[in-house]
Design a protein around this ligand. Structure first.
Ligand code: PMP
Length: 380
């Protein structure tokens, strides 16, 4: 087996050894249940609340609460169904985009089919972006909720979530959620998260634990809990608190935010190296790049070979990339995300997603490029 080159970082990232150490030492040290009233339990509870305050301080959110979850899928479901079912008497119209992650789209579809909500699915504009103006145009008297992702997980388009939040201030009945699973730690911008009502974050996209995430929620917003029980997490997500995961999450976030600008620069150079190869071969590849990309995600289509064949051949050569997002690659033929950009069937059926990380090197990109070249020429 050749050396592995891992270029599937939008699916998941390698656990940071510092996070691993934080987690394993916390497992030994803080095993008591934070809901227990004895001294050990109360110490754990104090630490849990302190950790939440530190997470809010890292994100510079002064008006919010942290709800620990099992990752972005759960955070999205809790935000979407939690808000819509809680406030259903205020209106039945909700808005999202057509290229959200399945954990958002399926939650909207459930609200549509099972609970009678009317959903507007917005398309990206020609830049691959959900335009604030389109959000504004879609709002009706009955609208209660908007969910627009921060960075798309297949094509890396960056949505103007602050601008969307700003315009929604004129509609006090409308609550705004953003799935930021692919944004946190992977941007060079200073984003004012305080503007966002509900924010989804996942740990394993930024070198943290799998099955760990948060929903950041503006305090005054109420949610219908999806998991009822002992009342943990402000009665919104019952179940014994996982303090070790909470501490590991905070460490993950701290590392990601403190290094994001330098890591971004490094990844941007790698992305440019790959893009210039792809652009120099327009008969072999079509780039599925929005106008403003997040360089962590580069999506292109193979014109001469099937995307799945290219991905498999790269894998056989020790290079790990995806065709479409791992979350639905077994079920669907093509990429609904690339199709939403108005690309034809050939292009949306043959996508290849290279998702980069600061751990990748120029040599990784050069090996990818030379292997791609061989594959395109050799495989039938
Ligand atoms: N949203 C986005 C944008 C994602 O990329 C992913 C992971 N593919 C998820 C949600 C789901 O994340 P998790 O694995 O933490 O549930």
């Amino acid at each position: 087996m050749p050396n592995i080159i891992y270029l599937d970082n939008a699916s998941t990232t390698k656990l940071d050894p510092v996070v691993k150490e934080t987690f394993s030492s916390a497992l030994d040290k803080y095993f008591a249940n934070p809901s227990s009233i004895h001294k050990l339990g109360q110490e754990a509870n104090y630490l849990l609340n302190k950790t939440k305050d530190e997470i809010l301080a890292l994100l510079r959110c002064s008006d919010h609460q942290v709800i620990f979850t099992s990752g972005a899928t759960e955070s999205n479901n809790l935000a979407i169904k939690g808000v819509c079912l809680r406030y259903k008497n205020r209106g039945h119209h909700i808005i999202t985009s057509i290229y959200e992650h399945p954990s958002v789209l399926e939650a909207f579809k459930q609200l549509e089919k099972e609970f009678g909500f009317e959903v507007t699915y917005l398309y990206p504009n020609s830049d691959g972006v959900i335009s604030p103006q389109d959000v504004k145009k879609a709002i009706k008297k009955e609208t209660i909720f908007v969910s627009i992702m921060a960075v798309n997980n297949e094509i890396g388009s960056v949505n103007p979530i602050e601008q969307i939040a700003d315009l929604l201030k004129d509609y006090p009945k409308v609550i705004f959620h953003s799935d930021a699973a692919q944004l946190i730690g992977k941007t060079n911008k200073n984003i004012n998260f305080n503007k966002i009502d509900l924010l989804t974050i996942s740990a394993h996209k930024m070198h943290g634990l799998v099955s760990s995430g948060v929903l950041i929620k503006r305090k005054k917003i109420e949610l219908l809990p999806l998991a009822s029980g002992g009342g943990q997490e402000y009665n919104l997500r019952s179940g014994t608190n996982d303090l070790a995961s909470a501490l590991a999450f905070k460490k993950t976030l701290e590392l990601a935010l403190s290094t994001s600008k330098e890591r971004y620069l490094r990844v941007e150079n790698l992305a440019n190296r790959l893009i210039s190869y792809l652009k120099s071969n327009p008969y072999l590849y079509e780039l599925n790049l929005p106008k403003e990309i997040n360089p962590y995600i580069i999506n292109f289509s193979s014109i001469k070979k099937k995307g799945s064949v290219v991905v498999e051949a790269l894998s056989n050569a020790g290079i790990m990339v995806s065709s479409i997002s791992a979350c639905h690659s077994s079920k669907e033929k093509g990429s609904y995300v690339v199709a939403s950009l108005g690309k034809n069937e050939l292009i949306s059926n043959n996508t290849v997603r290279v998702s980069l990380d600061y751990l990748n090197t120029n040599e990784d990109i050069d090996t990818l490029v030379s292997t791609l070249d061989k594959i395109i020429k050799d495989i039938r």
